[in-house]
Write a protein that binds this ligand. Structure first.
Ligand code: EPZ
Length: 422
């Protein structure tokens, strides 16, 4: 397994290009199952999760071609000759469950393995199942697989989500585009990735109103046609790289960065003493003084502070002046980066869903282990600011969600290299 070697090397200066959003692309790709015509996605990120989704869609009979070094994904599911999403693929990536809604809508049947738990939590699918059953699907769990069928097709319904689940909103919205009649999703997720998916589905001929608000209304149609759609900018990659000048000093411009994608996160950066300025090319970030101030953070569904930036923000708070409390309200086990940061000299006390961080003057480099996607990059951020060398092991987690990390950080002066594993 490869690892990444980072040496604290002072302020970072320059520009970092931000890619298309992993979590948008992973919902956009399954949308190809809703139509027999081609779907072309541009501004796609080059990530291993995209390769996993490609593998899954191809296993169902879809054609997926990766063009221009992965920047363009050309998809076509003219014929779907398999409706079983196999455990071997689904267990690698939970987002595989996003083929359930489209397959049900297109074929009237789907067999999708339950993803199983992952490092950050149990991640059940009850909200997906409740919503699709409301549309008329019959779903039963057998041998770890969800067996879903809708022999008489899907019918519009009013669905109240118990929690504003991103995946459940996406699965239900995609299924509802081909249901008979009107569907209303109440307490819908409001993430930018939901808006991006709705925009793409509308280009394919779907009738959707209210994406981005807590009530989404979908008027079913008989069929959807092909489309070409650019993947929205990745707000989590954006937020991650915005933290680099915050933790190291210097000034970095994030190319393609959009303020509307990171509102609550920027408010916290401002509170901590970090300035974010909109430029023609994106967002420019610079720390005001020599050290940020401790701030409290609670993760919430969009437009609140994103759970996917909690680990990275903790790295910043480890070097802040004062004590901060980070409350993780979305996932039940998303502090696994804390023990690794403690190995670097951080002072963190985790009690259930709260982590209390007392800032230290300087972290010390150490060998650490990535435990999940966002934890891995928080360790790199910590290593960039630490004294001495940090080796981050198990970087396959990183490859799932961050393209060209070494190149992007090196481009602003970081001392970072990838070491080939055995
Ligand atoms: C999406 O996951 C993202 N993944 C996650 O990003 C992100 O952390 C999460 O949304 C929250 O923003 C993709 O978009 C591919 P949820 P998803 O359904 O859809 C519980 C990353 O690092 N829940 O909003 O799975 C669930 O257990 C990944 O890029 C149920 O209880 O998230 C969790 O506690 C990590 N029942 C909470 O809701 C359900 O049926 C949020 O889950 C569904 C979810």
């Amino acid at each position: 397994m490869d690892s990444i070697l980072v040496k604290g090397n002072g302020p970072l200066n320059g520009q970092i290009p931000i890619a298309g959003a992993k979590n948008a692309c992973l919902a956009l790709m399954p949308a190809t199952l809703l139509s027999e015509e081609p779907l072309t996605l541009t501004n796609a990120p080059r990530l291993s999760d995209i390769k996993t989704m490609t593998e899954l869609l191809q296993s169902l009979g879809a054609e997926v071609s990766s063009l221009q070094d992965g920047l363009v994904q050309a998809l076509s599911s003219h014929t779907i000759d398999n409706h079983v999403a196999d455990y071997e693929i689904v267990r690698k990536m939970r987002a595989s469950n996003l083929v359930l809604g489209p397959m049900l809508a297109r074929l009237g049947q789907a067999v999708v393995s339950l993803p199983g738990g992952c490092a950050i939590g149990a991640r059940p699918m009850d909200l997906h199942i409740h919503g699709l059953e409301a549309l008329g699907a019959e779903i039963e769990l057998k041998d770890g697989y969800l067996h879903a069928k809708a022999p008489r097709g899907l019918k519009g319904a009013v669905i109240q989500l118990g929690f504003a689940s991103v995946g459940a909103t996406e699965n239900i919205m995609m299924a509802a585009t081909l249901a008979k009649g009107t569907t209303q999703i109440k307490n819908a997720a409001r993430e930018p990735e939901i808006v991006d998916l709705a925009d793409c589905l509308k280009k394919m001929g779907a009738h959707i109103e209210g994406a981005g608000s807590e009530v989404i209304t979908i008027e079913g149609v008989d069929r959807l046609h092909g489309a070409t759609h650019p993947v929205v900018t990745d707000r989590i990659e954006l937020g991650t790289y915005m933290l680099a000048p915050a933790i190291c000093g210097g000034e970095v411009e994030l190319l393609g960065g959009r303020l509307d994608l990171v509102g609550a996160f920027v408010e916290k950066l401002n509170e901590a003493g970090v300035d974010v300025i909109e430029t023609k090319a994106g967002l420019k970030v610079k720390r005001r003084g020599d050290r940020v101030k401790a701030v409290n953070v609670t993760t919430e569904p969009f437009p609140g502070f994103p759970t996917d930036l909690q680990a990275q923000m903790m790295a910043l708070m480890c070097t802040a002046e004062g004590t901060s409390v980070l409350e993780e309200k979305i996932f039940e086990n998303r502090f696994m980066h804390a023990p690794e940061l403690i190995r670097m000299g951080a002072k963190i006390d985790v009690q259930g869903g709260h982590a209390t961080v007392t800032g230290v003057d300087r972290l010390k480099g150490a060998p650490v282990m990535a435990t999940d996607l966002r934890a891995s990059v928080s360790l790199i951020l910590a290593g960039l600011a630490a004294e001495g060398e940090t080796i981050v092991n198990r970087v396959y987690h990183l490859d799932r969600g961050y393209e060209q990390v070494v190149r992007k950080f090196s481009g602003v002066g970081a001392q970072i290299e990838r070491i080939k594993g055995s």
